[in-house]
Design a protein around this ligand. Sequence first.
Ligand code: NHR
Length: 191
Amino acid sequence: MEAIVRACETERWPARIAAVISNKADAKGLAFAQAHGIPTAVVPSKAFATREAFDAVLQETIDGFAPDLVVLAGFMRILTAPFVEHYAGRMLNIHPSLLPLFPGLHTHRQALDAGVVEHGATVHFVTAELDHGPGVLQARIPVLPGDTETALAERLLEKEHVIYPQAVRLFIEDRLRIEDGEVRILETFAG
Ligand code: NHR
């Protein structure tokens, strides 16, 4: 989230971060957002009995800021189908694996256990099926001898901070199209 806010500022995107919203009141990103003059909101998932009830209030809260795009960044609650449908084609996530490999949790552990020589991260549009939406950009890193979950996560995070802002920028430039469940990136004349 911080990388996206910084890219928006330093690259002078024709965009505004409408709000930063968390399901946790103590999330560090909220303080960061406030320091950057960005509105914040908290919808405490713990206070809701069901996923449906939480998602309904989360949706009202998001829509109150009227964003063009919803960006999940470290958001760890599985979202219900109606919520995902409401933001179809306008909600992104970054998942720390080379999807379709290793959807779900503990991706670095999954990659090490599988013995892959390459790992990575994927920015994708969010669909109801967890970590299965159309992919926008991927970054790759080698898996090194002696690698641990922590080491992999740390090296990958640097790459995530590059490709997630790039993907958001492509959306803002209206260069992403979803066709037959796949993302096409439009070229510009400038390259
Ligand atoms: N919701 C839908 N419908 N589809 C996706 O693709 C989603 C999603 C919600 C979040 C992010 C994803 C990730 O980056 C994401 C993608 C949390 C879980 C999970 O199992 C899985 C994937 C992702 C985020 N959450 C548990 C739950 O019961 C809680 C885990 C926890 O709190 O630690 O919600 O990887």
